[in-house]
Design a protein around this ligand. Structure first.
Ligand code: ADP
Length: 346
């Protein structure tokens, strides 16, 4: 079966065309600057038409959708009702869901009769129990405004967890794992008997680890404090925390770990500090999640930093398991979100 995987961003479309179940990649590519000034590709519909001209015989389409709120706990066949619900979830992911939806609508029109499946970044974390997803806020905020921890990168955590289970020659439901997706965005998940029971990102991707440009966990009182002392608007603080913080903000150099490490090797103190803070936060979460899981079979590292930097992975784990009788394995497993979407679509 030939399956097209589509990932529509606000100004880009990435695609990968698979033959399933062999998982052979027939073709792949991306379009950028969609809808931007001077671009030939004025909208997603036009972009998808260009992609579909290049490929033949699509039998099903898997769409990445960022936010499925509490509505979606697994991939679903797209119909009118699903489209309505994805629209409803847009208020929770205003930068992502509308673009994902444009891709869905365009494909429905261009590929009449071909079945389309939505795969949600949040779905894997819907198994997290209330004690881990409810914030210490008035409960009405959850009821009225759907404010809770959702978690993201679910497709990646799920994929590497499956691959880790294969390495143990066990079913996913028989392993306990801590998965660390360390890319530009970074998140971790505690996975018990194959199900996510906690994750570091929250209502938005801002919570948790130090990331390329996101601050991760901070004292929430800092937000109003910074607004006062820097005379900033809510929008400006939002930008500060999402775009100018994290590795970039601490180091003053870059959001890219490789550039920071290069400067650290030359003795740059802020670069060294950024790496130390990044590593320390991950160690804290690993320790917390080992406590949440009880027995931990493996710590799995993936994404740009996690899968390409074995020396850093070793440093993160250094001495962490010294007091344990049974030590978790440390695994490096490349993620493949597109393949996971193809598998789920199949
Ligand atoms: P995104 O989250 O945007 O998909 P990536 O998963 O590519 O990003 O992660 C980006 C981070 O991974 C950067 O900090 C970069 O330095 C690091 N990285 C990516 N590729 C490599 C590599 N081959 N070797 C070392 N570090 C890498």
């Amino acid at each position: 079966m030939k399956i097209l995987v589509i990932n529509c961003g606000s100004s880009s479309i990435k695609y990968k065309f698979f033959l399933m179940p062999s998982e052979e990649v027939i073709s792949e590519g991306s379009l950028e600057k969609i809808g931007e000034e001077g671009s030939e590709i004025t909208n997603h519909h036009k972009g998808l038409r260009m992609i579909l001209e290049k490929i033949d015989g699509v039998e099903a389409v898997g769409h990445r959708v960022v936010h499925g709120a509490e509505e979606f706990t697994r991939p679903v066949l797209i119909n009118e009702e699903v489209i309505r619900q994805v629209k409803e979830c847009s208020s929770l992911a205003p930068l992502h869901n509308p673009a994902n939806l444009e891709g869905i609508l365009a494909c429905l029109e261009l590929l009449k009769g071909v079945r389309q499946i939505a795969v949600f970044d949040t779905a894997f974390h819907q198994s997290i129990p209330p004690k881990a997803f409810i914030y210490g806020l008035p409960y009405e905020f959850y009821e009225k405004h759907k404010i809770r921890k959702y978690g993201f990168h679910g497709t990646s955590h799920h994929f590497v967890a499956q691959e880790a289970a294969k390495r143990f020659k066990k079913k996913l439901s028989r392993v306990n794992l801590i998965t660390c997706h360390l890319g530009n965005g970074c998140s971790m998940a505690a996975i018990k008997n194959g199900k996510s029971i906690d994750t570091s990102m929250g209502f938005t991707p801002l919570e948790g680890l130090i990331m390329g440009t996101r601050c991760g966990d901070i004292d929430p009182a800092l937000i109003t404090h910074i607004m006062h002392i820097e005379n900033m608007t809510a929008g400006q603080v939002d930008r500060l925390l999402n775009k100018d913080s994290g590795l970039k903000g601490i180091s003053g150099i870059s959001n890219d770990m490789r550039e920071i490490q290069a400067k650290a090797r030359q003795g740059n103190k802020r670069a060294k500090l950024a790496v130390e803070i990044f590593v320390y936060r991950i160690r804290k979460y690993i320790s917390a999640y080992m406590g949440a899981l009880g027995k931990t079979d493996a710590i799995v590292f993936t994404a740009g930093i996690g899968q390409n930097q074995p020396a850093l992975v070793k440093y993160i784990c250094k001495g962490l398991f010294d007091n344990l009788r049974v030590k978790p394995k440390v695994m490096i497993i490349p993620t493949n979100e597109e393949l996971m979407i193809a598998r789920q679509t199949y």
